[in-house]
Ligand binder design. Structure first.
Ligand SMILES: *[C@@H]1O[C@H](CO)[C@@H](O)[C@H](O)[C@H]1NC(C)=O
Ligand SMILES: *[C@@H]1O[C@H](CO)[C@@H](O)[C@H](O)[C@H]1NC(C)=O
Ligand SMILES: *[C@@H]1O[C@H](CO)[C@@H](O)[C@H](O)[C@H]1NC(C)=O
Ligand SMILES: *[C@@H]1O[C@H](CO)[C@@H](O)[C@H](O)[C@H]1NC(C)=O
Ligand SMILES: *[C@@H]1O[C@H](CO)[C@@H](O)[C@H](O)[C@H]1NC(C)=O
Length: 512
């Protein structure tokens, strides 16, 4: 098998000693609502200047130290099912037609091959557990065609109660009744033990997907994680107000959209309106609980990784980790996701490829969640995926992202000049399209028509935003109307409307 990639003989990197190039296994981690606030991200690409004195993420930091760490990876839509569907099919929301938590891509988009399905079709044992697809009808109940065996969910009714937005669970309690993510980690460990012999003998590779539910609301975690974050180490965000000149359409009411369902929050009678806030002590408690839940998730990744090493599978297994989008922890007075702001669209992703990333690589190049599918395909030793045609409704297997393998060879090489996210508003009659370049975030909110066209009307705009990250990394000032920025607005508007096809990284193969 010859490796087709811009003339570089990757074969040497991807195959070990043996004459026959052995395919690699894949361990595929997902986390829910985890923003990239991990030790490994400290520096200019950390989500917020206001954070606890120390963020405890030793296990993800260790994984990052043997991975390509994508410091600036952006999701295609900052909410669960649209983001996951996009990543898992390698196609953007305007191709999957999944913008909500209800519709299933095979019904409204096309019969697209997913990442686990690709590996299953290529002889892998594909096994999924926890939250990979959005559960329920949004994924036709975990997209059964993607997996080689029945999907595993942990029983979790009690811990999903809406009685509280957060809760520290005592050891006595979780010893009797393990938390759902603990059961998912245990199931992952049992699964790895079960698939290890066939993988090691070369009989059958595995693709094992482990989806953790935390740090999603309600923040329920073992109480010992709270002590990592003394209450006095938690501070209030320094920008608890909407950006100056923000158009109203950019805002989401976090109370009616998500946070308000929890009875302890509902009791506060907060409105969720622009420039309203939650009481300071509630903000501190929520931030503290979020960090605790994040560190708890980190510990479970560590448990599963330790088993992979113990089983002697570490050097034959690709490991990827991603969180489905970012999260607003009171910055802008905003909470949860559902926006086009940096804090919602910027998310954690890393990919460890034995023989290629062992010493740890960091890239600050702009990357997208649709890039993961083509990356895993190539890292495992398969031929590159073709670029999707303009209308890929009837194309089962293609990509709308770009393989990240070239960044594993040179993490500073020239790459995408801009990356794209989107978010609908007003019952899907408006679509906010946002573009992130090295220096700017630029967003337009055009009118949008759903089925059957799925297209914006750029002549009818409900708002425009321009944030200059070189002087305003928190996105506190919308500069759209500032005369000094008029030429940059024109340039970014043209880029945004041309879309992602125009932003292929230089030197990468186009749609062969
Ligand atoms: C979708 O494609 C799969 C093969 O990848 C096929 O088995 C299935 O029947 C197709 N479903 C529909 C509804 O066409
Ligand atoms: C939630 O609160 C209700 C009423 O206060 C109570 O009946 C119920 O048991 C609680 N549920 C849980 C899981 O704590
Ligand atoms: C929100 O607060 C900011 C900063 O104080 C202010 O500039 C902006 O006009 C306010 N927005 C609204 C809609 O009140
Ligand atoms: C991979 O690890 C196993 C077990 O630790 C070892 O026997 C084998 O030599 C390693 N292979 C390579 C290519 O490093
Ligand atoms: C949203 O749009 C759909 C389809 O046009 C319509 O059936 C529904 O009533 C609308 N919902 C609201 C809340 O306006």
């Amino acid at each position: 098998m010859m490796y087709k990639f811009i003339g570089v003989p990757l074969l040497v990197f991807l195959c070990f000693g043996t004459a026959q190039c052995q395919k690699k296994n894949i361990l595929f981690f997902a986390s829910d609502d985890m923003r990239p606030e991990l030790g490994a991200f400290l520096g200019p690409d950390f989500p917020s200047p206001v954070h606890p004195t120390v963020v405890h993420s030793p296990n993800l930091d260790a994984l990052a130290a043997q991975s390509l760490l994508l410091k600036r990876a952006y999701v295609q839509q900052a909410v669960c099912s649209p983001s996951r569907t996009s990543l898992l099919t390698g196609r953007r929301p305007d191709t999957t037609h999944v913008y909500d938590l209800i519709h299933y891509f095979r019904n409204v988009g096309g019969n697209y091959t997913t990442i686990p399905q690709f590996f299953k079709n290529n002889g892998y044992r594909s096994i999924g557990m926890g939250k990979i697809f959005h559960p329920g009808r949004a994924s036709g109940f975990d997209d059964p065609i993607s997996w080689s065996e029945p999907y595993y969910h942990a029983p979790d009714e009690k811990f999903r109660s809406v009685n509280f937005s957060w809760r520290a669970v005592s050891k006595d309690e979780y010893n009797i009744r393990p938390l759902p993510d603990m059961q998912i980690a245990d199931n992952a460990i049992q699964t790895l033990n079960r698939v290890a012999p066939a993988a090691k003998s070369g009989q059958q590779n595995f693709f094992v997907a482990v989806g953790f539910h935390k740090p999603h609301l309600p923040f329920v975690f073992p109480e010992e994680f709270l002590s990592l974050y003394p209450r006095e180490s938690i501070r209030l965000p320094d920008n608890p107000h909407a950006p100056v000149n923000m158009p109203e359409i950019a805002w989401i009411n976090y109370i009616t959209e998500e946070l308000g369902v929890y009875h302890d929050i509902n009791r506060l009678h907060a409105t969720g309106a622009i420039n309203s806030t939650l009481p300071d002590d509630v903000v501190i408690d929520l931030r503290r609980a979020y960090y605790s839940a994040l560190s708890y998730t980190d510990s479970l990744v560590g448990k599963v990784m330790a088993e992979l090493v113990r089983l002697g599978l570490a050097n034959s297994t690709i490991v990827s980790f991603w969180g489905d989008h970012g999260w607003q922890l009171g910055e802008h007075g905003e909470w949860c996701k559902h926006t086009n702001f940096e804090d919602a669209t910027h998310a954690p992703m890393m990919v460890s490829v034995p023989g290629l990333t062992d010493k740890g690589l960091v890239t600050e190049r702009l990357t997208e969640y649709v890039d993961l599918f083509p990356t895993l395909v190539e890292a495992a030793g398969f031929d590159p995926l073709p670029l999707c045609p303009e209308d890929s409704t009837t194309t089962a297997l293609c990509r709308e992202g770009t393989s990240l393998i070239p960044l594993m060879q040179d993490p500073t090489r020239e790459w995408k000049a801009a990356v794209f996210s989107q978010y609908p508003r007003n019952n899907y009659t408006v679509m906010g399209y946002t573009l992130r370049t090295d220096k700017y975030r630029y967003t337009e909110w055009p009118a949008f028509t759903m089925s059957p066209v799925y297209k914006p009307d750029w002549n009818k705009l409900y708002g425009v935003e321009l944030y200059d990250h070189s002087v305003d990394p928190e996105e506190n000032y919308n500069r759209f109307n500032d005369p000094q920025y008029q030429s940059i607005v024109e340039q970014l508007s043209s880029q945004l409307r041309k879309g992602w096809r125009d932003m292929q990284p230089p030197g990468t193969i186009r749609g062969h």
